[in-house]
Design a protein around this ligand. Structure first.
Ligand code: SF4
Length: 615
């Protein structure tokens, strides 16, 4: 189906004098189900609403002509920063301005404002004060309570208050947005909206009727008291469970932020329906001259088969946004999408991914989760696998097999993260063998993240022996099938709990295993995670015990350099770290590693010069 209009001319070409909703986004417009805007707009379109998309409007132009071009929408505005938080999109973990943006046409940075949801919302409320405004997407969802903001190093109010929006939709939002549209269509009584699950709204303290619910420490309290902040972070996550989550309030001055219980996870037929909508699966043609939107290349030939995650890594915000309940599409729906992909003239025979937040989850964690939600004081996979966890890859393997057997499909790869501890817990090794034989495209990215047990405990990750067993098995099967492929382990430096001694231990582990990480991620305190609460408060929200937090740039640089122990340029920083940790004995070991790299590089350079000479 044609792209939805992104400007007045395209709206008029459809014969529309006005639209029902204008969706304002910080991303370029990509009509692919990996983009929240594409899903929300197609869901509303299918219900008969007229939708315009306003991607990356000019927010600096004083007459706000981009915002005004469609006129006043009949029902309201919807605002999102796009697929990721605008501050994460605009800045690195070291708070440096990024030079590119994969979600913008041409990959250029600077098209979306910092704090995009607040900037766009305030403009809309200024020029259309009577319009109804809904905010949603990742930025709004993860900033729905008072939250620590790494970039300003302060606790900010719920984004609902800072934006001036009428309603905040949290989570994936399809069901809520349809309910909101229906209510706006049929009733002028905005208060009726307050019955919808999966939304937040505000209410003056003196109008609030007390009821049985969860109250978080107020914005004022969490701004002043770190223990209150840690308690609030844990409670908010606990109540994000779609099965047992309750209504939450949090006072901000004279108002309460009210969060209704989470929306129910979609059923399989609802999931199938959403992914069957007529997406163009590409960027809007107006971006062609700029070279297109880079993020499309990752997803154009990829399929999402599930949502949700019960993995509960502390540095991940997924459970706080999508929820911990796994919802899956049917085999037929996934295969139909694959067939559609094969009809694309750009398709070269390779499905890049059949994945989701965690590629190999298709079941609820256990029967208990289905009835009463995830356990509050226990995790399903760490520090050891829960005895009640259901583990199976049979259905996932069947899906991969069916897609692989389609005409025109040469290979089906898995690029989304595989939860390797879950994989190792499966006694049936058929999937592991199939993965190694057929579904790795040269490199398989996995996420052990660290090797020191007390750091892994703070991350919510399994201990390193599980990874080592997985690694051994992976290479054993790889050798057996005579393939050349590698594991690429993801590691995080300077996560709360990681001391310089822990970073040295990780460095020695990598050296011993022959792992030379080319990319290393510094811990990035993004909104809405338990790890960010640890970073800010120095407390573990689950125990309220103190946690060591590496915060100075000097220590962060040192922890990062240790992970790339083989880099000659890192040797001075590493040497200083070893001295400060009282491990001078290791200096020769690291020097040797750096010299080895330098020698290899010299040999390669002189080899090339020699080749040139010969030519
Ligand atoms: S019983 Fe075990 S598998 Fe089930 S939710 Fe609790 S921790 Fe997870």
């Amino acid at each position: 189906m044609p792209f939805l209009p992104i400007n007045k001319q395209e709206m008029e070409a459809r014969g529309w004098a006005a639209v029902d909703f204008i969706i304002v986004t910080g991303d370029s417009y990509v009509d692919h189900p990996s983009f929240g805007v594409a899903i929300i707009s197609r869901v509303l379109e299918a219900k008969g609403y007229h939708i315009a998309i306003l991607p990356q409007p000019d927010y600096k132009n004083a007459d706000y002509s981009d915002f005004k071009q469609f006129g006043v929408p009949r029902l309201g505005f919807m605002v999102t920063s796009g697929n990721i938080d605008s501050m994460v999109a605009n800045y690195t973990a070291a708070k440096r301005k990024r030079s590119d943006d994969a979600y913008t046409a041409g990959g250029i940075s600077g098209k979306r404002p910092d704090r995009a949801v607040v900037v766009y919302s305030r403009i809309i409320k200024k020029i259309f004060p009577g319009s109804f405004l809904v905010i949603g997407g990742l930025e709004a969802s993860l900033r729905r309570f008072a939250h620590y903001d790494y970039w300003s190093n302060t606790v900010l109010k719920s984004i609902l208050f800072d934006s001036g929006a009428d309603v905040l939709v949290y989570g994936m939002g399809e069901a809520q947005i349809v309910d909101i549209a229906k209510m706006l269509q049929h009733s002028k009584n905005i208060k009726k909206l307050h019955q919808i699950n999966g939304i937040c709204y505000s209410i003056p303290v003196n109008e609030y009727a007390p009821e049985s619910l969860v109250e978080l420490p107020s914005y004022e309290k969490v701004s002043e008291n770190k223990k209150d902040y840690a308690v609030a972070a844990r409670k908010a996550l606990e109540e994000a469970d779609p099965i047992r989550g309750r209504k939450i309030i949090q006072r901000h001055g004279d108002s309460f932020l009210v969060q209704n219980p989470p929306g129910k996870p979609l059923t399989q037929s609802q999931m199938d329906y959403i992914y069957s909508l007529p997406y163009e699966r590409y960027y809007h043609p107006s971006y062609e001259s700029a070279g297109g939107v880079p993020a499309v290349s990752e997803v154009e030939f990829s399929i999402i088969h599930n949502r949700g995650c019960f993995g509960a890594c502390n540095f991940c915000s997924l459970a706080f946004h999508q929820g911990s309940v796994i919802t899956v599409r049917s085999l037929e729906s996934i295969v139909n999408e694959a067939i559609n992909i094969t009809a694309n003239p750009r398709f070269k025979g390779y499905i890049h991914d059949v994945g989701g937040p965690t590629a190999n989850f298709r079941l609820p964690s256990c029967d208990k989760q289905k009835k009463s939600g995830l356990c509050k004081n226990k995790k399903c996979l760490v520090p050891v696998i829960c005895s009640r966890l259901k583990v199976s890859h049979t259905e996932y393997l069947n899906i991969l097999d069916k897609i692989s057997s389609l005409p025109k499909v040469k290979k089906v790869f898995i690029r989304s993260g595989i939860r390797f501890d879950y994989l190792m817990a499966d006694k049936n090794k058929a999937f592991f063998h199939a993965l190694v034989r057929r579904h790795v495209s040269g490199q398989l990215k996995v996420a052990p993240e660290h090797c020191v047990s007390q750091v892994l405990d703070k991350m919510g990750k399994p201990h390193i022996d599980v990874y080592k067993k997985f690694q051994d098995e992976f290479y054993k099967i790889t050798k057996k099938v005579n393939k050349e492929q590698y594991l690429v382990p993801y590691l995080i430096s300077s996560h709360p709990g990681s001391t310089i001694k822990d970073a040295i231990a990780l460095s020695l582990f990598l050296m011993k295993e022959g792992i030379r990480p080319e990319q290393v991620q510094d811990f990035y305190p993004t909104p809405g995670t338990i790890s960010t609460a640890m970073f800010y408060t120095g407390l573990d929200p689950y125990t309220l015990n103190k946690v060591y937090v590496p915060k100075t740039q000097k220590e962060k640089d040192a922890q990062r350099a240790l992970l790339q122990y083989y880099e000659p340029k890192n040797l001075p920083v590493i040497t200083e770290s070893l001295r400060s940790a009282g491990r001078e004995d290791l200096i020769p070991v690291f020097r040797k590693a750096a010299i080895r790299t330098a020698k290899k590089r010299n040999q390669r350079t002189s080899g090339k010069k020699g080749m040139k000479k010969n030519i």
